[in-house]
Design a protein around this ligand. Structure first.
Ligand SMILES: CC(C)(COP(=O)(O)OP(=O)(O)OC[C@H]1O[C@@H](n2cnc3c(N)ncnc32)[C@H](O)[C@@H]1OP(=O)(O)O)[C@@H](O)C(=O)NCCC(=O)NCCS
Length: 144
């Protein structure tokens, strides 16, 4: 059964393991720790296994921005990404946020489809970020 909750410090190694499962650069321990302590990491569990996580940060000190949403390949397309967003969006609405942002590489078709399915709309793109493709930014209004 899937459970989504705020991350605790004990989740840190498993969060890094999700990065490894996707062959992504592993986030620095100190950065994850800071985010967990600030209540900005949610984790999805399948039984005892931490199968995905979402980390967000403040943009301009007042606009939440999803930094990473990552689900282990073995657990993709089973609703974990959607459940992580729902959990964080409820938290952000409680904090009084009207909307939030997320971003993804222009070539990440799966992620673009995912964000579209969850109600995000494109608000712009940045180039010259040291990656092969543009970074697409998306916005979603939050129900109060
Ligand atoms: C993008 C990602 C987070 C999606 O998470 P997920 O748990 O697999 O997604 P969900 O199962 O919650 O899917 C929710 C909806 O998104 C859409 N979606 C998700 N994966 C899709 C795919 N491969 N193709 C088309 N649509 C997709 C569907 O509409 C889906 O709803 P449905 O299954 O009822 O049709 C996951 O694929 C992932 O971790 N990818 C690698 C990391 C990444 O690219 N992160 C995003 C940039 S930071």
């Amino acid at each position: 059964m899937t459970d989504v909750r705020a991350a605790i410090l004990a989740d840190l190694p498993a969060v890094q393991d999700v990065d490894r499962s996707l062959d992504q650069r592993v986030s620095e321990k100190s950065v994850i720790k800071h985010a967990i302590e600030g209540g900005r990491v949610a984790v999805a569990l399948d039984g005892d296994e931490l199968s995905g996580y979402l980390r967000w940060e403040w943009f301009w000190d007042r606009v939440p921005l999803c930094v990473f949403v990552r689900v282990r390949p073995s657990h993709q397309r089973t609703g974990l990404g959607r459940a992580l967003y729902a959990h964080v969006e409820a938290d952000l609405a409680r904090r009084g946020c009207d909307f939030w942002l997320s971003s993804t590489e222009e070539t990440n078709d799966r992620s673009l489809r995912f964000h579209r399915a969850l109600g995000f709309r494109l608000v712009g793109a940045l180039s010259d970020l040291g990656q092969d493709s543009r970074e697409i930014f998306m916005r979603k209004d939050l129900a109060q």
